[in-house]
Ligand binder design. Structure first.
Ligand code: 5GP
Length: 181
């Protein structure tokens, strides 16, 4: 990672900023191709999961050359560390009836967050719902999730950077790395 500080020395680089940008642009093109017809009458409703997906969603939105709206949903697990405790608090003001919805997540780990969010969004009766994640940790899955768009597969390690954090640190880093314990 650039401008390495002693704290960043704890991070093993995984994906550079350039690699991420290339992949996000590819994903944007793929999404635009698939939604071109569906969104003729109504813009694609992109819903990003806070806080981790804020940076990915901002770049992805610019890579989807279709009319889009952006909303945010906050899903926090109890405690300061990101563990899948099974207890999630959701906060949002969404109204997605009849909309084509794309849920945008930073990392899918056990799948619990996406399972809970999918249920919540489906209750709003959207026209369709697909999931897009920058990172997928398939080996950590406990709750099955159907993912339509994946940026990168990652091993079952702790990731930071490009929006993702450890105790609110490292979100600002333009690259992604593994935090060494
Ligand atoms: P899940 O509910 O799929 O187990 O976990 C998803 C959420 O846990 C993600 O939104 C993310 O906030 C957090 N998470 C899971 N794995 C990691 C990781 O390696 N690094 C960080 N920073 N957050 C993670």
């Amino acid at each position: 990672m650039s401008q390495q500080t002693s704290e960043e020395a704890l991070i093993t680089p995984l994906f550079s900023s350039e690699t991420i940008q290339e992949r996000v642009e590819e994903m944007g093109r793929e999404i635009a191709k698939e939604y071109r017809v569906a969104t003729r009458n109504s813009p694609l409703a992109v819903v990003a999961v806070l806080k981790g997906a804020f940076m990915f969603a901002a770049d992805l939105l610019r890579a989807i050359s279709l009319p889009c709206t952006i909303d945010f949903i906050s899903a926090s697990s109890y405690g300061s560390e990101k563990t899948s405790s099974g207890k999630l608090t959701l906060r949002h003001t969404l109204s997605l009836a009849d909309r084509h919805v794309l849920l945008v997540e930073d990392i899918i780990d056990t799948g619990l967050t996406m399972q809970v969010l999918t249920r919540e969004v489906m209750e709003m009766k959207p026209a369709s719902l697909k999931i897009c994640t920058l990172l997928d940790k398939p080996h950590a899955r406990k709750h099955p999730v159907e993912i339509a768009y994946t940026g990168f597969m990652v091993p079952d390690t702790f990731i930071v950077g490009y929006g993702t954090d450890y105790n609110e640190r490292y979100r600002e880093l333009p690259a992604i790395g593994v935090l060494r314990s």
